[in-house]
Ligand binder design. Structure first.
Ligand SMILES: *[C@@H]1O[C@H](CO)[C@@H](O)[C@H](O)[C@H]1NC(C)=O
Ligand SMILES: *[C@@H]1O[C@H](CO)[C@@H](O)[C@H](O)[C@H]1NC(C)=O
Ligand SMILES: *[C@@H]1O[C@H](CO)[C@@H](O)[C@H](O)[C@H]1NC(C)=O
Ligand SMILES: [Mg+2]
Length: 264
């Protein structure tokens, strides 16, 4: 009886202790946003296919160049993003990346790098989309710019775990993002606040140098520069196919889920 009571009190104490993170920590968790239940497999369809099939076709890059989530699938995508499945899918990708890299016998010459995209790969803009919606026109450059400027995007927790493991393996981190150069400071401070405390390079898009260039062209060119500098891209993580297609794509690439938007 006493033993049970002690065990119970210890359990309560540990719950209280873990639940009592700093308010800053709390601000960078995705879990509190889990407002809706389930993976969202609600039977909704668009042009005769289920929204689940639409999402799979998007992730497999069979449906391409789409501009917005079909209105019929807005609830489905919202439920997916805010529910367990998004987190689980992200975990599956990042876990596989770790299993891959752990098994490599890399030369210990300081030249190994891992390229991470920023938005929806390292940082999550889910708070913005949860507020503005997942359907027709959620993206508004004015309001999105204001959101980015808050520097309050949380980390994608499963990517951050991979990031920590890569650092432990001595692999250098390169962040390569389509965000414009004038967002360098806020991006750096947001990454740090979200727990990405160090990196080798943070590359933002010089819109003069890459005027009119697609993400594929820009990111390929920047990865090419890394290789010319002598770095070995052992892995490359992104939520868009344009992060991982093109040239100098790395020894292996990992596609994180993103049914919210498409960038070519
Ligand atoms: C974007 O948001 C701003 C600020 O709320 C608003 O004034 C503008 O009309 C919006 N633009 C579009 C295309 O919805
Ligand atoms: C930041 O740079 C982008 C791209 O060059 C430009 O469109 C935007 O107006 C700039 N924003 C500010 C506040 O200077
Ligand atoms: C951006 O690119 C232009 C054109 O190539 C170059 O003149 C400028 O120095 C670059 N800016 C930065 C900050 O690298
Ligand atoms: Mg991205």
């Amino acid at each position: 009886m006493m033993k049970t009571l002690v065990a119970f009190l210890l359990l309560v104490a540990s719950i209280v202790a873990t639940g009592h993170g700093s308010s800053e920590e709390a601000a960078y968790q995705i879990y509190p946003l889990r407002l809706k239940s389930g993976a969202g497999s609600d039977g909704a369809t668009v042009q005769g296919i289920t929204c689940a099939s639409w999402r799979l076709a998007v992730e497999a890059h069979n449906i391409i160049e789409w501009t917005t989530v079909p209105a019929e699938c807005e609830n489905y995508v919202g439920n997916y993003m805010l529910g367990q499945q998004y987190r689980q899918d992200s975990k599956a990708v990042n876990r596989e990346a770790y299993l891959y890299v752990r098994a490599l016998a890399l030369p210990n010459d300081g030249r190994n790098v891992w390229v991470f995209d920023v938005d929806e790969t390292s940082l999550s803009n889910l708070p913005y989309y949860a507020q503005n919606g997942f359907g027709a026109e959620p993206y508004n450059s004015t309001t999105f710019y204001a959101w980015v400027e808050t520097g309050a995007a949380p980390a994608l927790p499963e990517t951050q775990k991979l990031y920590n493991k890569l650092l432990n393996l001595g692999i250098k981190i390169v962040f390569l993002t389509g965000r414009p150069l004038n967002q360098t400071e806020v991006t750096a401070s947001n990454l740090k606040k979200a727990g990405y405390y160090t990196w080798h390079k943070l590359i933002l898009k010089n819109k003069t140098e890459y005027s009119g260039a697609t993400a594929v062209v820009y990111k390929s060119a920047e990865r090419g520069k890394l290789e010319k500098e002598g770095y070995r891209i052992v892995g490359n993580s992104g939520d868009q196919w344009s992060d991982i297609l093109g040239t100098s794509t790395g020894r292996r690439a990992f596609k994180l889920p993103d049914p919210m938007y498409y960038l070519s």
